[in-house]
Design a protein around this ligand. Structure first.
Ligand SMILES: [Zn+2]
Length: 1045
């Protein structure tokens, strides 16, 4: 036998696993186990045979999935246990037995059987307090025990026998005495055992009773910086997270603080019902190590594979007669322009004057001044821009060197303040000079905000005084943000209908925002930052005396008024798009924040926008938004929230910037209780935590998920800026929303050359392009892209002129105004996702969708369906900008459903526009585009417009909340070198976060893409081709290849 074992051992020790599998298939496991049983049962077992046999068993057992079962049937478990017990004093023999037990226990059933037969008691005789003897045996013993504890019955037994306390004592003993960290794996072994036990509720209770939180907290704290202790810290943190007692959110109800009586029953989708199982694999989630783990996997089983559904075109969802009403929204089709001629005929200066507002939204335009200081510089700017065009900025024409060599305008001190928190006076004279006036302004601000706060309590606002203060501020600060007018904003805001009748405007919305002069790179995530945050959270439990737990702000309940002398921050959110629901001071400089659920809903907390004041400069404040819902976030991958400082704005820098450090996003210990949801329970919440160092003392600042963009928009200003001799610009009302707001519809095209029949004919027969945005209120990035598109389309850029002369643009900038106004993240006032309502919208329930669809029906009915339909969105999980389109073939291929696809004809023109944008737009990437039709998306704009209206180029354009990790906006060496240290922040080489400038540029590039698309189409007119060729040739030939059809 010995010889056979030796030969087998030799055979299996070389070569691949194939030999082992072959042996297993030929009954090798059974033979070995039988030999073990036979040998062990002799009066004096022969260890010369047993030891090599155990080694073989351990090796083969590892590869044999049924090994445990076989061992059980052949009664090998018992003999091994008996042998182990006999050899408690013989470390070498014992070790061999443990190896076998380890493979037996890897099967849960076999493990349970071993447990019944006393395996755990045996292990506890082997594992000892700290020793330097037989440590290998002890390590394997802990591993056997951990394997045994995977069985719930063993874990239960372990709890009953008090093993939780024993394991904690052993852990503490080894932890304190193994000072050189020699036996990290043994220490980890004890924690692995505990980790399995605490998956049971009784295990967690025993762990808490045994002061487990305190013990492991101090373990983790003591070795946090020691890389060699990684395995121990990781297990300790997982146990701490799992055992942190679950609690409901500190809210009176999960329902939104705002309710609104809406027609129809509210059909808010029920929250996902989670079971205990969902919490089982609560990994450490230390995400900063995985590189691509952020990418969400598309699920193939969601694909629509029914060819009929994909290719059939359903009929109208309404009576045909109804479509007539949309004729009124397409005046361009009937207008004769006679009255227009006479109206503007002589007024040449009017048009000229308006032209000075000309503005091309491109990220690369360095000459786009924040504030136009005087008229002469404005004139100069106009001259410069007249010579250039968007074509200069296309992707192919710029490289990193190009970016670096751009003349950089005056450094933005605000950024300097942010990147070095203490250097807030380093920005030089400018601040000193304005310091005095700022003080005065601050007094005014106090007047606004204090009166506002007291008004909040007494419920009697003093709008007149506030208005006077704002007026004074505007007079003393005459600089203006382009395409923004505070007076106009104020006037419009007064007519905006919000559910709880907001009385105040947020300062940034009133004052306006200018994009910072340089984009900010993504935040480099420091190793282990999440662990530190989690341990700080655990500390609340262990040192409760440190916790203040004071409600500072709440929409649901009164809270004690803070005297202004206190160090406590003040919060506010009752303004357009604001949605902070509650703020709780946790420690001196730490606040827990809860955001409101969407109106008439119990969920969708993700977007946030609130005001904070009463801060001290240069103090790091930690904010935790504790009721986020998405399971992951770009906040884990370089994204920062945005900040707007009123004092900075008054110093001439009215700018939302990315801010915050030590940012992470992780699941916390809050769970939704069954009572709160009416049955569904166990929904978990996520923490977004970040630290902000504010630039000024006693400032009023605003923090938001992304650059806010409110309903009270800039359409009126835009309309004033256009040259009515050239641009046909009409702002109409698509419909009224449930909340009583108007949903604007904008028409942009070129005025006809004259009112001659030929020119009118050309005018009326221009093909349509339809663009919509912001159906999801939390996706403010979509609005910035839309702003860029709108401003570009009315501009004097030659490309824009060509576009106007060849198309009629129908644009709905905001499909969900109510959601935007009331601070929703996802839904309408009925608590439903409007982008899931396109299949059969109802006029009285989803008016904006109903009429947007009606307008498209109408265009189709007169044979004028749009060339392109695109709905702008924001994407929270991916980077860059990309399109989703619709393709039958690609969907069927992806689903591996190839039946009948060969006969199916499909024009692949849907791929042209994304390909063009990939070449043109710096932020755009083809690689993230997808053309699959998912069942779950059947009622989205993209799929419905494609299927029901027959628009083959029907898209959703997704812009990342975060930024770009490809193309010119990827941070590269040359670009970094060109910047001074302070400006750079903490680059990590992954890319730039989007500023509003990059988003606006994307909107303009999208429009340019539409022109190139037309040039490449077979139907493109000879005249357009010639004109475009002249234009493009004049532009360094950067776009030549686009013209090759
Ligand atoms: Zn969306």
């Amino acid at each position: 036998i010995l010889t056979i074992l030796k030969v087998l051992g030799d055979l299996l020790s070389v070569g691949t696993d194939r030999r082992i599998h072959y042996m297993i298939s030929k009954g090798g496991s059974e033979a070995l186990l039988q030999t073990l049983v036979d040998t062990a049962r002799t009066a004096s077992p022969d260890y010369d045979i047993l030891l090599p046999l155990f080694r073989l068993l351990a090796k083969v057992g590892l590869r044999d999935k049924k090994f445990g079962q076989k061992a059980l049937e052949l009664e090998a478990l018992d003999v091994t246990l008996i042998l182990a017990r006999k050899n408690l004093c013989d470390s070498q023999n014992l070790l061999h037995c443990l190896w076998a037990l380890r493979v037996f226990a890897s099967s849960v059933t076999t493990g349970a059987m071993l447990g019944i037969n006393g395996a755990m008691e045996l292990i506890f005789e082997i594992v000892t307090p700290y020793t330097r003897k037989h440590t290998r045996t002890i390590r394997v013993a802990t591993e056997v025990l951990a394997a045994l504890l995977k069985s719930k019955s063993n874990s239960r037994r372990a709890v009953n026998r008090g093993y939780v306390t024993s394991l904690l004592r052993l852990h503490q003993d080894w932890h304190s005495r193994d000072t050189a960290n020699t036996y990290v794996l043994i220490r980890r072994g004890f924690l692995l055992c505990l980790k399995h036990i605490v998956t049971l509720r009784s295990g967690r209770e025993a762990f808490l009773a045994a002061q487990g939180m305190e013990i492991l907290f101090s373990t983790a704290q003591s070795c946090l910086d020691d890389r060699s202790m990684e395995p121990v810290i990781s297990e300790a943190l997982q146990i701490l997270r799992r055992c942190y007692p679950k609690s409901p959110l500190p809210l009176v109800t999960a329902s939104s603080a705002y309710a609104f009586p809406v027609p129809g029953s509210i059909t808010s989708e029920p929250p996902r019902d989670l079971t205990e199982e969902d919490f089982e694999d609560d990994a450490d989630e230390e995400v900063d190590r995985g590189s691509n783990s952020e990418d969400v996997k598309e699920e193939d089983d969601d694909l629509e594979t029914d060819v009929d559904k994909l290719s059939s075109k359903p009929g109208l969802d309404r009576p045909e007669e109804e479509l007539v009403q949309y004729e009124a929204m397409c005046c361009e089709l009937s207008c004769s322009f006679e009255e227009l001629e006479s109206q503007f005929g002589d007024n040449v200066n009017f048009g000229e004057a308006q032209c000075t507002n000309h503005h091309i939204p491109t990220a690369a335009t360095s000459k786009q001044h924040c504030l136009s200081k005087d008229q002469s510089s404005r004139g100069q700017e106009r001259e410069e821009t007249a010579q250039t065009s968007l074509l200069h900025m296309v992707k192919t024409g710029r490289s990193a060197v190009h970016l670096a060599s751009r003349k950089r305008p005056v450094m933005n001190p605000y950024q300097n303040v942010q990147s070095n928190a203490l250097g807030r006076d380093s920005s030089g004279n400018e601040i000193c000079n304005t310091q005095a006036s700022l003080k005065e302004d601050a007094g005014d601000l106090d007047a606004i905000f204090c009166s506002r706060l007291s008004a909040f309590f007494s419920n009697s606002a003093r709008p007149r005084e506030t208005a006077a203060v704002i007026d004074k501020l505007l007079q003393t600060h005459p600089e203006r943000v382009p395409f923004h007018d505070p007076y106009l904003y104020t006037a419009k805001a007064g007519r905006t209908m919000s559910v709880v009748d907001f009385k105040t405007m947020a300062f940034p919305d009133l004052w306006g925002h200018c994009a910072p002069l340089s984009a900010q790179s993504m935040l480099e995530r420091k190793r282990g930052v999440q662990r530190i945050k989690i341990l700080e959270d655990v500390r609340r439990l262990i040192q409760p005396s440190d916790v203040i737990n004071k409600v500072i702000f709440s929409l649901d309940e009164p809270w004690p008024l803070q005297d202004t002398a206190s160090n406590c921050l003040r919060f506010f959110s009752q303004f357009e798009s604001g949605n902070l629901r509650k703020a709780i001071q946790v420690r001196e400089f730490e606040y827990d924040l809860l955001v409101n659920a969407d109106v008439n809903s119990t969920q969708h907390q993700q977007w946030f926008y609130f005001e904070v004041s009463g801060m001290r400069a240069a103090v790091p404040y930690r904010f935790n938004i504790i009721n986020c819902e998405k399971p992951n976030s770009q906040f884990n991958y370089g994204m920062q929230p945005t900040l707007y400082s009123v004092k900075e704005a008054l110093l001439g820098r009215p700018t939302w910037i990315r801010t915050g450090h030590e940012i992470c996003y992780y699941r916390n210990h809050y769970r939704q209780s069954a009572a709160a949801t009416g049955g569904a329970s166990g929904k978990c919440y996520y923490n977004l935590t970040f630290v902000v160092t504010f630039p000024h003392n006693e400032d009023v600042c605003y923090l938001a998920y992304h650059y806010p963009y409110t309903y009270t928009t800039h359409l009126d200003i835009l309309e004033k800026s256009v040259n009515p001799k050239q641009v046909y610009f009409r702002q109409e009302v698509l419909c009224q929303t449930l909340g009583g707001n108007l949903c604007p519809l904008v028409t942009i095209t070129a005025m006809p050359e004259s009112s001659s029949t030929d020119h009118l004919e050309q005018f009326r027969h221009r093909p349509y392009q339809v663009i919509t945005a912001r159906v999801h209120p939390g996706e403010s990035n979509a609005s910035w892209v839309m702003k860029g598109a709108l401003e570009f389309l009315v501009s004097s850029d030659p490309v824009a002129r060509l576009l106007r002369e060849n198309f009629i643009f129908k644009i709905i900038p905001m499909l969900n105004p109510d959601g935007v106004i009331n601070g929703n993240h996802r839904c309408s006032l009925r608590g439903e996702d409007l982008n899931r309502q396109w299949l059969s919208p109802q006029a009285h329930l989803q008016p904006t969708i109903y009429h947007a669809k009606g307008l498209l029906y109408y265009l189709g009915s007169i044979g004028r369906s749009p060339v392109v339909f695109c709905d702008f969105h924001g994407h929270s999980q991916k980077k860059n900008v990309f399109l989703y389109g619709c393709s039958i073939k690609e969907t069927l291929w992806q689903a591996e459903c190839t039946v009948g696809t060969s006969t199916l004809l499909e024009d692949i023109s849907y791929r042209t526009l994304p390909k063009i944008l990939d070449k043109l737009a710096p932020a755009f990437t083809m690689s993230s585009c997808s053309f699959l039709v998912e069942k779950s998306r059947a009622s989205t704009a993209r799929v419905v417009v494609w299927r029901e209206m027959g628009v083959s180029r029907s898209y959703t354009m997704e812009s990342s909340y975060c930024g770009c990790n490809q193309g010119p906006y990827q941070v590269c060496e040359a670009w970094l070198l060109a910047m001074t240290k302070n400006e750079r922040g903490s680059p990590n080489g992954t890319g730039l976060q989007f500023g509003t400038r990059e988003l606006e540029e994307m909107g303009a590039m999208f429009c340019l893409g539409l022109l190139i698309l037309e040039l490449k189409s077979a139907s493109c007119s000879h005249q357009l081709l010639t004109r475009a060729a002249t234009l493009l040739n004049a532009e360094e030939g950067a776009l030549d290849h686009h013209l090759q059809r």
